[in-house]
Design a protein around this ligand. Structure first.
Ligand SMILES: [Zn+2]
Ligand SMILES: [Zn+2]
Length: 262
């Protein structure tokens, strides 16, 4: 993931927004309105993030203390740190909605379509928040609030599971015949496998480790997710063009079974 820290795009290094270490998931927004993205990533993108923050700070109806979004993603797939991980957003419509989900905004105008790179960046942003306290829900602003945001294209993509372009998740809906069936992944255990204190341990870790062993990785299937497991996860993610954060989430879990062994 290409992440631009707050201080690199012109915001103060820390946000005054309230801390919120966990949420049910992530809601995605768009800027709406007319906007034309430049051919190349550049200062135009950072300038737009500054403009959004300025607009939010000067909004008389809201008492926003900062840009309302946790993260902002441009059409080139670059992720800008807004309030960042672990903070309550101000974007979802009201406080109960803000307490339920973090908020990610796409710099996509109503006159533009969503590029694959935008979806890659949104996927990166979602997985980043999932690695920092967000639960599995992936929704749009209009889920639970009367708005068109984030537009029809992103909304449909979100409700298809927000698949990474060129990635392997979610599994295809159509059921192939047994003879041609792609290897199916067992259900994701529902928790992120990652290095943490106390060290994560369980049959889900062991199952993933055994699968990685079967794929040819040098890893012990002892059920403990330590630094060696994290390193295998990170290298596997890099090889499969997943966000290389060394955290086994739904995409990385599924890819362990469905991605071709190379
Ligand atoms: Zn919105
Ligand atoms: Zn850009």
């Amino acid at each position: 993931m290409q992440l631009v820290p707050r201080s690199d795009w012109g915001a103060p290094a820390t946000t005054p927004a309230a801390l919120m270490p966990t949420a049910k998931g992530v809601k995605v927004h768009w800027i709406g309105g007319r906007y034309t993205t430049g051919a190349q990533h550049g200062d135009q993108c950072a300038a737009e993030v500054r403009a959004i923050r300025q607009e939010h700070l000067s909004n008389p109806d809201q008492r926003w203390v900062d840009i309302a979004y946790n993260l902002v993603v441009c059409q080139h797939g670059v992720v800008f740190e807004g309030r960042g991980a672990g903070h309550e957003s101000g974007a979802n419509g009201n406080q109960p909605l803000n307490l339920a989900h973090y908020a990610v905004c796409a710099i996509q105008g109503t006159n533009e379509s969503a590029s694959d790179m935008l979806k890659v960046g949104l996927r990166d942003a979602i997985e980043y928040l999932q690695a920092h306290g967000a639960g599995p829900e992936i929704l749009g602003h209009r889920d639970g609030y009367a708005t068109d945001c984030p537009g029809p294209e992103l909304y449909a993509w979100l409700h298809a599971g927000a698949p990474r372009p060129g990635g392997t998740v979610p599994a295809p809906v159509q059921q192939p015949t047994p003879a041609t069936r792609a290897p199916a992944a067992p259900a994701w255990p529902g928790r992120l496998l990652r290095v943490q204190q106390p060290m994560l341990h369980g049959d889900d870790v062991r199952q993933w480790q055994q699968r990685m062993r079967d794929r040819g990785w040098s890893i012990t299937a002892d059920g403990w997710f330590g630094p060696a497991s994290a390193e295998v996860a990170r290298r596997f993610q890099a090889e499969k063009h997943l966000a290389a954060d060394a955290v086994v989430g739904p995409a990385t879990w599924a890819a362990a079974w469905t991605a071709p062994v190379t």
